[in-house]
Design a protein around this ligand. Structure first.
Ligand SMILES: NC(=O)c1ccc[n+]([C@@H]2O[C@H](COP(=O)([O-])OP(=O)(O)OC[C@H]3O[C@@H](n4cnc5c(N)ncnc54)[C@H](O)[C@@H]3O)[C@@H](O)[C@H]2O)c1
Length: 352
């Protein structure tokens, strides 16, 4: 091969799944590693670039770079969020592509589907928070919202709390709830699934772990439904009654400085002056590294809210890439076979 050839591995979602890269334990390990690396200034994490195409619907494409210095890898997630897609075309809202480059020579080494990684990251973050903050003996989980994030969250939660036995789900339509059960039941034949026929309260009462992951912007989760000692992972935008945030014994975020500038329920409560910075019990990394306490009693009600930290996507993408590479999965693609002026008969093709 010409020494100027540049090759990269192309990994479709199917390549990733078949090569064993759809692994929640692997994603959680990558998350843990990257939280510590970021704390120790071993990750470069520049500002994201956001391009909004429709202010009303918030259709956008974001460009999210990060560099993992110890892994010598620089990556970027190019992610589109088109909220009208499900209703307008019956297709998914989010799609992403990730490019990884070596920082030894700067060349790209991998282009992969980023939707799987992105969704795994959201679930891994919720799962690590649950591992640190949910009761050890949690046996039941209740979902409001039954979409992609909810499904992936169940996988994450089950990897940190394998004793979960009952899963209740409530969504906007019974159809959404049924699709949820149909998708995840084959993965967990030991679990009991309860479709709540859009009665949100039925999904929440008696649940040790609560997840809201909806496209709604409304106070769906009510404080009076919440069981003593529950852990609540708030995934979407505005999804719970303000009193749920106010009654929490602990409020934990992936990164409060980031969450503070977003549009989640906790941010609204903060902006209305109902909580202050001192009400935040810590960031996920501080609970993980032990510098702040996690759960201190079985009775505490703990809320976790995440804004999403995209350096974690790149850390997970790195591990997915390595695992797929070990299996020689995907397709090797030539970005170039030689340098521009090394091509023969260039005069036949070039326009001057
Ligand atoms: N925190 C993060 O890092 C992060 C990352 C990605 C997505 N998200 C957010 O997670 C949320 C869910 O995303 P998704 O990909 O699962 O969406 P999705 O479109 O796949 O699913 C949305 C779900 O919300 C339910 N829903 C909508 N309105 C409802 C209502 N009034 N009552 C009950 N259920 C209702 C629908 O039935 C559906 O099951 C979105 O708000 C998204 O922006 C957060």
């Amino acid at each position: 091969m010409n020494k100027h050839a540049i090759m990269y591995r192309n990994l479709s979602q199917e390549d990733l799944i078949k090569s064993g890269a759809f692994s929640l334990p692997m994603a959680i390990d990558a998350l843990k590693r990257s939280l510590i690396q970021y704390r120790d200034n071993e990750i470069l994490f520049p500002e994201k670039i956001v391009q909004v195409f429709n202010e009303e619907t918030n259709e956008r494409i974001n460009c999210l770079p990060a560099t993992l210095l110890p892994e010598k890898l620089c990556g970027v997630k190019w992610v589109s969020v088109f909220p009208p897609n499900p209703v307008k075309y019956g297709t998914q809202n989010l799609s992403a592509i990730i490019t990884l480059s070596s920082i030894e020579n700067g060349y790209p080494v991998c282009v992969m589907d980023g939707t799987l990684c992105s969704n795994m990251r959201v679930a891994a973050v919720g799962a690590l928070a649950a591992d640190l903050l949910a009761r050890q003996d949690a046996e039941s989980i209740g979902f409001i919202g039954a979409g992609e994030q909810a499904k992936m969250h169940l996988l994450g939660m089950k990897s940190v709390r394998p004793n979960l036995k009952v899963c209740r789900v409530a969504a906007k339509t019974v159809e959404d709830e049924r699709i949820f059960v149909k998708s995840v039941k084959p993965l967990f034949p030991d679990m009991e699934f309860v479709v709540c026929n859009t009665v949100l309260e039925d999904a929440i009462r008696d649940s040790d772990i609560i997840v809201t992951a909806t496209s709604a912007q409304a106070p769906l989760l009510k404080p009076e439904w919440i069981k003593k000692g529950a852990f609540y992972s708030h995934v979407g935008g505005y999804e719970c009654d303000y009193r749920v945030i106010q009654m929490a014994d602990k409020l934990v975020c992936d990164d409060w400085d980031v969450v503070k500038h977003r549009l989640s329920t906790i941010t609204r409560v903060y902006k209305e002056g109902l909580i202050t910075d001192s009400d935040i019990s810590g960031n996920l990394v501080e609970i993980f590294d032990g510098s702040r306490p996690g759960r201190e009693s079985d009775d505490e009600f703990i809320v976790f809210s995440a804004a999403g930290l995209s350096y974690v996507d790149i850390a997970i993408a790195h591990d997915m890439f390595r695992r797929s590479e070990e299996k020689d999965a995907g397709t090797m693609v030539a970005l170039q076979e030689k340098m521009v002026f090394e091509h023969e008969n260039l005069a036949e093709f070039v326009e001057i």
